[in-house]
Design a protein around this ligand. Sequence first.
Ligand code: NAD
Length: 328
Amino acid sequence: MRVAVFSTKPYDRRFLDAARGEHELVYFEPRLSAATASLAADAQAVCAFVNDALDAPCLEALRQSGIRLVAMRCAGYNNVDLAAAQRLGIAVARVPAYSPHAVAEHAVALILTLNRKTHRAFNRVREGNFALEGLLGFDLHGKTVGVVGTGKIGECVLAILKGFGCRLLAHDPEPSSAAEALGAEYVSKAELLAQSDIITLHCPLTPETHHFIDREAIAAAKPGVMLVNTSRGAVIDTRAAIAGLKDGRIGHLALDVYEDEGGLFFLDHSGDVIRDDVFARLLTFPNVLITGHQAFFTREALTAIAETTIGNITAFAETGRPLHPVDA
Ligand code: NAD
């Protein structure tokens, strides 16, 4: 099939080219939206990523160009209007699992960095400053960690944190016996908030999880809680988090995702003025650590993403249905 691949970087091309088989992949750097959908003319499928905007106008434009498949090269699909896709007869596929270890390990890296302040220590030592003031951390051993969402990634996080000797709490409408076998105790949202020293988010972004961490949740959390978000930005109400950081209710905040990351992440803005005042405010806190949606970014994950994406396209070409469809 001829596939228009949007939001591509050199690393996407490298891994997709290695997996592409007979398919013809046409790469575009811009994000996919109604404004750029016309680039997909002549293709039968599009391949899209986390910050592409596959809303109804975009899907309608794609359908007019003859697109029959949207192959997401990510797990989440909150940026696709599934009802519109179904109405237009466009199949949607995703990569349900590529390396849950990649994301889980990054979440734990954020916890360790923010706690032991290795990012600050690195800079100090390079400048000949060996003072320890401001670098005080806490033992992870014995701390209570609340994991929200115990699917593939949440389960890996539980397995890692079990090794640190943490007490594990979990919250998920669909409890898993694997998580319980790792020692996780399922509790209500209120109990998880009240008891956790660290809360790490691994649920998808849905209407139910939108602003799961809001002003009320922050007020109900343990004072000084560490919040870690590697799921989707809008699971945290960022303005409420800023208020929580200012009044000390939140002791540490680590983000790999941000509500309005669309115009910022995956691009080099080092020479630009950041116009997003909410994001700019986050950058001013010494106890906030932000990475630019890189939790998935390992060789193993990119290989698996490319192979599963091509598998979805091949299955669709041969049978009319991708291997991993997302239905409305
Ligand atoms: P998964 O589908 O295996 O697990 C998600 C879990 O969340 C499920 O067990 C589900 O029951 C649970 N859940 C759903 N609604 C919930 C709610 N209201 N409260 C608590 N739990 C709820 O997904 P996964 O592979 O573990 O990925 C989780 C999320 O991580 C993805 O949806 C995606 O948004 C995010 N993600 C981020 C990156 C990154 O690079 N930062 C990479 C991959 C995935």
